[in-house]
Design a protein around this ligand. Structure first.
Ligand SMILES: Nc1nc2c(c(=O)[nH]1)N[C@H]1C(S)=C(S)[C@@H](COP(=O)(O)OP(=O)(O)OC[C@H]3O[C@@H](n4cnc5c(=O)[nH]c(N)nc54)[C@H](O)[C@@H]3O)O[C@H]1N2
Ligand SMILES: Nc1nc2c(c(=O)[nH]1)N[C@H]1C(S)=C(S)[C@@H](COP(=O)(O)OP(=O)(O)OC[C@H]3O[C@@H](n4cnc5c(=O)[nH]c(N)nc54)[C@H](O)[C@@H]3O)O[C@H]1N2
Ligand code: SF4
Ligand SMILES: [Mo]
Length: 740
């Protein structure tokens, strides 16, 4: 049988590399990087290649499963949806709306269905018990951007291709392939940066793969970046090193910031951060003097005690040094699917409602993942009894995981939309598996808004799904219709039509109404291309988007077919300045010191302590061949990812550890046993454990992963949160270490 090569955008991480999927007789024979796809030019990582094994993984769930007598049996879709309808409606009618809850995991952001159908799914639950992986991840950055720029989707992205100084705080893009910065092949980009005379600086307690390529690596104490960044702001004001790229009246609360920064001297920062005063001074000067500089931060600046404050200060530094909204600095992307004027200009609010048990505030309409367990455990009105997980593994991803594991086991009824029986989905009563990723089309609704270049790309399904399989959007639409009381037999296309119709109404309203414009909803919808489902919605958004063809009124504009005809990719240019238009604060200003941060900064000032030498602070790490918890079941990816604890040689000597001796690591919550790997790249007093492991729980069916189970670090991480964004503190956790 002849081999065919199909193009696919990789759905596994933010980089979104272009892949060539070689197919023979309905089988993937190999996966290679597509050298003709401009963003990645042939680059891919081992995970991309593993799409082959993923597609054929014998452990992948391929039909709906229903749990009976503690084990799963195959079921029809109709049986599965009937049971869900019966149980969910019963629970809701008996206990009220808040007895329902949901957790959405990371891979949702890599699917078209996730981009379009999850927000209506959450609405249809009518509950406040909504959780996502954002509160163990990037919520601090989104919150900081919300306060400063008016909307959490206004995230300034480093213009890596044009910058001359790239300063990275707490990220390791050589391994993670970039996050809140979609940019495949960071290694080549850094090589090019150096070729044009530019510099890379990495601030990280660990000399990571990225840090090893840096011109300067600053090993900082975990959790202390907020002090270092504030000290830079202090120096800027003290030495008059401020050169705004905006008119000053575009920025408010400037004086308040100046006054606050007085409190954060480099001398004080030096003691907390373990970084010399002279180095802090040099860093500030270099950032100020370099014309094109981009400061960027990720996990190490988000999932820390002052995550929102740290994330905020990164952009404060960019603004004060004149690098915000400037080529070579940081800029807002302008994705093709978000029509101008479609995001509300009303600013960003949090705490609009609180959790039932411990009164934690809402952020972006969701509650912190850290309160999930207590909301499931605590009796009373609003106790979570019915639960949905979609592409998430909270038992591994969320702190105090043993408690969450027990709480999930006690739920009355749980549904998981997922294709593995893993640590979390083993608690489900029904598992609904979407067809393999290669059976879905792809457009990056989330990551085009975070990409270092504006473009629109699309890939069609590599395989047609089997008759008995369902696309993820169909599953989500069914759940929405069931939860809205339309019944399990309602047609998912009814919901697709509702979405299209609501966009059409907005457009017609903008044209002055149906009568005046002569345009009807159905006339617009009938002009759409693409398969029914998310593709038609995408085509609609592209056509009315900032580069769209406006249904023919702008013949040079883009639409879905044009992307496909243009080899799946349309370039829309370098990021370019447009902040003045992009700001979504009610007064159209940048709030450089939002009120919401004041309390946290007061607390920070009062919390000043020098780091004590005998404390161990725990941080996390990622491996190139992992993807959080879920790709350990691929044989080719399961090797060379040891679940060990890195320890500095001096610490190891002091505690009398030899390489691979077992340590007991404990916090107030629990203890784990883990082998110690002596590693000179980690700062003294800091230890690192990768997350995503612990695949030895009863009832899982991931045969490869279970062989290399490792231990779940979230068993010992306590439920501490950043007070603003309610995001878990995963880095800089104080631990005790003993030899076994
Ligand atoms: N291969 C692979 N790629 C992935 C993933 C994966 O699991 N594997 N996961 C994806 C996901 S979901 C995400 S969110 C991204 C994350 O993307 P990144 O943030 O780039 O990845 P991390 O490896 O978490 O990098 C965080 C870095 O912060 C450092 N660090 C820890 N604490 C501190 C601190 O207090 N201060 C400073 N300055 N540094 C600190 C750590 O040593 C680490 O090097 O990666 C994505 N890409
Ligand atoms: N200690 C510690 N904890 C962490 C982190 C850390 O650095 N340290 N990182 C945090 C971060 S950044 C993140 S993003 C979270 C990740 O946490 P989660 O998103 O909750 O977990 P994942 O491990 O990504 O598991 C993804 C699940 O989705 C399923 N899946 C994959 N693709 C699809 C799909 O297309 N459709 C459906 N329906 N299901 C799919 C997989 O089978 C798996 O069950 O973990 C967080 N937890
Ligand atoms: S870096 Fe790897 S996982 Fe990420 S998109 Fe590229 S090939 Fe896929
Ligand atoms: Mo993440």
């Amino acid at each position: 049988m002849a081999s065919v090569v199909k193009f696919r955008i990789c759905p596994l991480c933010e980089a979104g590399c272009g892949l060539k999927i070689h197919v023979e007789d309905k089988k993937v024979t190999k996966v290679r990087g597509d050298e003709n796809y401009p963003p990645s030019k042939g680059y891919m990582c081992p995970k991309g290649a593993a799409l082959k094994e993923l597609h054929h993984d014998p452990d992948l769930v391929r039909t709906p499963l229903i749990k009976e007598n503690n084990s799963f049996r195959k079921a029809t879709w109709d049986e599965a949806f009937s049971l869900i309808e019966e149980k969910f409606l019963y629970l809701r009618n008996t206990y009220g709306n808040d007895c329902m809850g949901a957790y959405l995991g990371n891979p949702n952001t890599h699917t078209m269905a996730g981009g379009l159908f999850l927000s209506p799914l959450l609405k249809s639950l009518k509950s406040k018990n909504l959780f996502t992986a954002s509160t163990v991840d990037q919520m601090p950055k989104l919150s900081a951007c919300g306060f400063m720029f008016g909307h959490p989707m206004r995230v300034p992205v480093p213009d890596v291709n044009n910058t001359d100084l790239f300063v990275i705080f707490g990220a390791n893009p050589f391994v993670s392939n970039g996050s809140l910065m979609s940019a495949p092949d960071m290694k080549t980009r850094i090589k090019k940066l150096k070729q044009r005379g530019g510099k890379l600086i990495v601030v990280d307690p660990m000399k990571t793969k990225t840090a090893k390529e840096a011109d300067l690596h600053i090993p900082i104490n975990p959790g202390s970046d907020v002090w270092l960044l504030f000290a830079i702001v202090h120096i800027f004001f003290r030495d008059n090193m401020i050169s705004l790229n905006q008119e000053s009246d575009l920025i408010k609360n400037f004086e308040k910031l100046e006054k606050e920064a007085l409190n954060f001297t480099p001398e004080k920062a030096s003691k907390v951060c373990g970084v010399d005063v002279s180095q802090i001074e040099e860093l500030a000067e270099l950032i100020y003097k370099t014309q094109k500089c981009a400061v960027y931060g990720r996990m190490g600046t988000c999932t820390v005690k002052y995550g929102t404050a740290t994330s905020w200060l990164i952009d404060v530094v960019n603004i004060l040094a004149g690098n915000f909204d400037k080529k070579g600095g940081v800029l807002f992307p302008k994705p093709a699917h978000i029509p101008d004027g479609s995001l509300p200009k009303k600013g960003f609010k949090i705490n609009r409602f609180k959790s039932r048990v411990s009164s934690k505030g809402e952020v972006m309409g969701e509650l912190p993942a850290s309160v999930m367990a207590e909301e499931m455990e605590t009796e009373g009105e609003g106790k979570i009894r019915g639960f949905i997980t979609v592409a998430g593994n909270p038992v591994i991803a969320v702190p105090e995981s043993e408690r969450l594991d027990r709480a999930m086991a006690d739920l009355d009824f749980m549904v998981s939309v997922d294709y593995y029986i893993n640590e979390s989905t083993r608690h489900a009563d029904v598992i609904l598996p979407p067809a393999s990723p290669l059976c879905h089309s792809h457009y990056d609704f989330f990551f085009h808004g975070l990409a270092i270049r504006n473009f629109a790309s699309f890939s069609e399904p590599v395989f047609e799904k089997n008759e008995n399989e369902k696309d993820k959007w169909e599953i989500l639409a069914k759940l929405i219709l069931i939860l809205r009381g339309k019944g399990k037999d309602a047609d998912p296309l009814d919901f697709e039509y509702e979405m299209l119709s609501s966009i059409a109404s907005q457009v017609i309203k903008g044209l002055g109404g149906e009568e005046k414009s002569g345009v009807t909803k159905d006339s617009l919808i009938s002009m759409l291309n693409g398969r029914k489902g998310p593709e038609r919605v995408l085509d609609f958004l592209l056509r009315i988007g900032p580069y769209g063809d406006n249904f023919g009124f702008k013949p040079d504009g883009i639409n879905l077919n044009k992307i496909i005809e243009n080899n799946n990719y349309i370039d829309l240019g370098d990021l370019s300045p447009w902040a003045k238009k992009a700001l979504l604060t009610p007064d159209s200003k940048i709030d450089i010191y939002p009120d919401e941060l004041e309390k946290s900064i007061k607390d920070l000032k009062e919390s000043f302590v020098e780091k004590r030498d005998n404390d161990f602070l725990l941080i996390g790490r990622r491996y190139l061949r992992t993807n959080n918890s879920w790709m350990h079941n691929i044989e080719a990816l399961s090797k060379n990812n040891p679940c060990t604890m890195y320890m500095n040689p001096e610490d190891a000597r002091n505690l009398d550890f030899n390489d691979m001796d077992t340590a007991i690591v404990s916090t107030s919550k629990s203890k784990i046993k883990i082998p110690v790997e002596i590693n000179k790249d980690i700062k003294k007093g800091v230890v690192s454990i990768p997350h995503g492991f612990g695949h030895d729980l009863e009832g899982m069916q991931m045969n490869v992963a279970s062989k290399n189970a490792g231990v779940n670090v979230n068993r010992i991480i306590p439920l501490e949160i950043d007070p603003i964004s309610a995001t878990a503190v995963l880095n800089g956790v104080s631990v005790k270490i003993e030899k076994i």
